[in-house]
Design a binder for this molecule. Structure first.
Ligand SMILES: NC(=O)c1ccc[n+]([C@@H]2O[C@H](COP(=O)([O-])OP(=O)(O)OC[C@H]3O[C@@H](n4cnc5c(N)ncnc54)[C@H](OP(=O)(O)O)[C@@H]3O)[C@@H](O)[C@H]2O)c1
Length: 292
């Protein structure tokens, strides 16, 4: 299958497909929108990423949204541009692929994008992983959850530094605060995102780039998350859930205030404080007792 832009074939399905070329922007007379800073949301077409995009749009950031699916990217762009006076660029990439971060950074650097906010949101998890999923799926999860976050931050650093003060928001999870046997790889990758963010915050302090890490509890972005939460955590889990819109708003507000760890929702905040200070082997045992 081939994608078309203005009647011209631009890419086969396996190739990165870029929509919203910056030449389009240059051909318009300059408007207020053109002077706005940019925020890039990797995984910004749906769920928490889309909610983060909305919260940034509200604060007058132009956006670069990245995801695999073209239709949901286009739907997000159409909606956001109708609601807010901003430009939305959409790039279709699989962030789990090694080459993607480099190509995205090249796209941004060659256009001298005024990048002030980088949000690494895209991530993947399920009810069970290690000892259940094939090795290829586990590698895909590690590449998406950890490698893409690390590579995007590194390769977009020159633009963030140039446009400092600037911000990086990495999305981990409450699952990263302690080992969860049934979701072993998911909790391990999210722990890696948390540790990476803590360290990076100090490494980038002098460059005036603030690093924050969002660690939400359950967010019902799809029916399967609601069903699993109800099954494993019952009434308590349902009370812990925070709507995506609220998560996005809180994440952006606290990131711009340079907060390090962001846990939306009072119950999630209390639970995560307890989990973080209990010995890891205890919490692993408790999670194990909750069953698969
Ligand atoms: N929902 C929760 O309960 C919860 C709780 C804690 C943490 N989190 C974390 O929050 C983040 C977002 O979760 P969500 O529930 O909002 O997910 P979601 O609704 O599935 O949305 C994920 C977004 O990332 C994109 N994406 C997924 N895989 C991608 C890939 N390989 N390459 C490029 N883009 C990709 C998706 O678009 P395409 O599918 O079109 O690529 C979509 O825009 C994840 O890191 C997740 O681990 C979620």
């Amino acid at each position: 299958m081939v994608m078309f832009l203005n009647g011209q074939a631009i890419a086969g399905l396996d190739e990165p497909f870029v929509f919203g070329d910056s030449l389009e922007i240059a051909s318009h007379p300059l408007t207020v929108k053109d002077s706005l800073p940019y925020a890039l949301v990797a995984g910004g077409s749906k769920g928490i990423g889309y909610a983060i995009a909305v919260a940034l749009a509200k604060r007058n950031y132009n956006l670069i949204l990245i995801a695999r699916g073209y239709d949901s990217l286009l739907a997000a762009k159409t909606k956001l541009e109708a609601l807010y006076p901003i430009h939305v660029e959409i790039l279709s990439y699989d962030l789990a692929k090694e080459a993607s971060a480099g190509e995205i950074a090249k796209w941004c650097i060659s256009r001298n994008i005024r990048l002030k906010v980088l949000c690494n949101v895209a991530g993947l998890g399920g009810e069970k992983d290690y000892l259940t999923l094939p090795l290829d799926s586990l590698r895909y999860m590690v590449n998406l959850n950890v490698e893409s976050c690390m590579a995007m931050s590194l390769l977009l650093l020159p633009l963030l530094e140039k446009n400092a003060p600037s911000y990086i928001l990495n999305v981990a999870s409450m699952a990263g605060f302690a080992p969860i046997p049934s979701k072993n790889m998911y909790s391990a990758t999210k722990a890696a995102v948390l540790y990476f963010s803590y360290g990076l915050r100090y490494q980038l302090k002098e460059k005036k780039i603030s690093v924050s890490c969002l660690a939400p509890g359950p967010v019902f972005t799809k029916p399967s998350i609601k069903a699993t939460t109800k099954k494993r955590l019952g009434w308590f889990g349902m009370q812990m859930a925070v709507p995506p819109k609220k998560v996005g708003e809180k994440a952006v507000k606290k990131t711009l205030k340079k907060k390090m760890i962001i846990v939306p929702g009072t119950l999630s905040k209390i639970s995560s404080s307890i989990i973080r200070f209990l010995p890891k082997r205890w919490v692993a045992g408790i999670y194990n007792g909750l069953g698969d």
